[in-house]
Ligand binder design. Structure first.
Ligand code: HPA
Ligand code: ZN
Length: 341
């Protein structure tokens, strides 16, 4: 349902825009090619119902019924990640693609509990990802930050234990943020108040964010702000249904990390055109545009920018404002923000 053309000139403009990504799950960047390679390298037998070839994956990935249907598949996919090098290779593939798309700064999620519960130590995960962050900076000059997410389908006690296990990484500055992901509706924000408080008390400079308002209603967004004290919201699409919340997001310049292609693949909307992107822009609610789980949803950051452009036809000036909001909402220091601008 493209309404506007993305001319070669516009495509170049979007590639050259100083883009920042704030919503991408490293485990969601696991392309089927790497997935099958790692399964072989680590002698992992995937379950019978997992698509057996790259082509079958493409078909399956086009048919997710909803968030839970995707997550069931995503957790099987990540079971091929075993050694530190696997985590390194995974992140390097993503950083290489993001760089090619003209993304200058990435703040990336990962789900340690999804690995620890399979017997992989958090050190293996964090060391592999951190090594890739450093290598990408060396090779491409891009900057990258790691955000640890808690799985909301697991109890808060497991989240508190994970925070304890990650203590040294927050202390040393290897981890920069705390997020909350997985099945949203059955697990509202209030369940994790203590987890967020624990990080905020010990590490007041760590960035706090949470998935909210993807499938849950707008109260999930306001409760994340009130109870978890987050400074950013991941998705937040359903904020559109509360004028009071929109005014609050605009007044505080709280950024939403939107993921347009994800919302289509997970049946939040039928087409990118239905997303409230124009409403957010006109109400002065800052947002960034992100890929979420690009290996599963058919597009990296630039594909998401293109999808938005072909539906909303923003002018160069409007796009520059969107990019500037992304820089302002990033968790890098002021000197790096100046460079990005
Ligand atoms: N939503 C919630 N949890 C997730 C997602 C998502 O889109 N991707 C990976 N974990
Ligand atoms: Zn997400």
């Amino acid at each position: 349902m493209s309404v506007y053309e993305c001319s070669e000139h516009m495509d170049n403009f979007l590639r050259e825009l100083p883009k920042c990504e704030h919503h991408v799950h490293l485990e969601g960047t696991l392309e089927p090619s790497l997935l099958f390679n790692l399964a072989k390298r680590n002698n992992i037998t995937l379950p019978d119902h997992f698509p057996p070839t790259i082509e079958d994956c493409a078909v399956r990935y086009n048919n997710f019924a909803d968030l839970q249907d995707f997550l069931d598949h995503y957790y099987i996919g990540m079971s091929v990640l075993i050694q530190e090098n696997d985590f390194y290779d995974l992140a390097m593939e993503y950083f290489t693609k993001a760089h090619a798309d003209g993304c200058l700064h990435s703040e990336v999620f990962f789900d340690p509990q999804g690995h620890v519960e399979r017997g992989i130590s958090i050190d293996t995960v964090v060391e592999g990802f951190n090594r890739a962050c450093k290598k990408a900076n060396e090779l491409f000059g891009t900057t990258n930050k790691l955000i640890m997410c808690l799985l909301r389908h697991l109890p808060a006690e497991s989240g508190l234990k994970t925070i304890q296990d990650a203590h040294k990484y927050y202390e040393s500055g290897i981890l920069h943020g705390l997020g909350l992901d997985s099945s949203e509706k059955p697990f509202p924000p209030h369940l994790f108040t203590e987890c967020y408080q624990a990080v905020k008390d010990k590490f007041p400079d760590v960035g706090l964010t949470a998935h909210a308002g993807e499938e849950g209603d707008h109260s999930f967004v306001s409760h994340s702000l009130d109870l978890l004290k987050v400074s950013r919201i991941d998705h937040g699409v359903n904020s559109q249904h509360s004028d009071e919340l929109l005014a609050r997001l605009a007044a505080n310049q709280t950024m939403l990390s939107l993921c347009p292609l994800s919302n289509v693949k997970l049946q939040v909307v039928k087409d990118v055109r239905e997303l409230p992107i124009e409403l957010f822009f006109n109400k002065n609610v800052p947002f960034s545009i992100n890929s979420d789980d690009p290996a599963y949803f058919g597009g990296y950051i630039l594909d998401n920018y293109r999808a938005v452009h072909t539906r909303f036809g923003f002018t160069g000036e409007q796009w520059s404002k969107i990019a500037m909001n992304g820089i302002n909402g990033s968790w890098c220091d002021e000197a790096r923000k100046q460079e990005l601008r």
